[in-house]
Design a protein around this ligand. Structure first.
Ligand code: SF4
Length: 207
């Protein structure tokens, strides 16, 4: 059974695929407690649902994407089964994860957005580096940037992990802490093919 925190129809808020219509499946629970977390009620369970029933509900919305997020979706043992059930119903699947659990059981067709925690979050170093072998060019490694220290740390990690050879790389400003235009300047000055992602759902004030 999947512990469900939220099930709603909305737009994907961040890269990759920002702006696309989706059904958002938020799985309750997380193994971290990040300083910038925007899901304070992440432990709340509104209901427990069988994976097949949840996949059926998602497909019935008619939206082209299922966004599986959390909390931390890989904190739930049945998430890989849910991902497979969604894919078998021919809906595109994007999963947001903090990368601290193995992604070995995640079907390769799932688009992954892996949030590599920066120092300001309080959880730098929690990314499981063996997950690099499960990333490919459709996926993104995301760094949420609060300040110059996060930015420089992220550049070091990109080089150390050779990230550009594995996936896309996006930087996202911490909401109301890092001005997007300041981050844009830093990205342009660094000369690397980093992409900016802003949190569309917050700008539009939608879920
Ligand atoms: S991993 Fe995500 S859901 Fe969990 S505490 Fe950090 S920001 Fe919040």
């Amino acid at each position: 059974m999947i512990p469900l925190n939220e099930f709603t129809e909305t737009l994907i808020g961040e890269e990759p695929h920002a702006g696309e219509q989706c059904v958002l499946i938020r799985i309750a629970g997380c193994n971290l407690d990040c300083r910038w977390c925007d899901t304070p009620d992440r432990e709340k369970i509104i209901e427990r649902v069988e994976t097949d029933e949840l996949a059926d509900r998602a497909v019935k919305t008619g939206r082209p994407w299922a966004l599986v997020t959390g909390g931390e979706p890989m904190n739930c043992d049945e998430t890989p089964e849910l991902l497979g059930a969604l894919l078998s119903r021919e809906i595109c699947v994007l999963m947001e994860t903090n990368g601290s659990f193995s992604l070995e059981k995640v079907p390769p067709e799932v688009v992954k957005s892996v949030d590599i925690k920066t120092p300001s979050s309080g959880f730098a170093g929690r990314f499981m580096e063996s997950n690099l072998e499960f990333l490919d060019k459709k996926d993104v490694a995301k760094f949420v940037i609060a300040d110059r220290n996060d930015f420089d740390w992220a550049l070091n990690e990109i080089e150390r992990l050779d990230l550009f050879s594995k996936s896309g790389v996006i930087f996202s400003p911490v909401w109301e802490i890092m001005e997007p235009k300041v981050l844009v300047r830093m990205i342009l000055d660094c000369g690397l093919p980093v992409r900016l992602s802003v949190q569309l759902h917050k700008i539009l004030r939608i879920k």
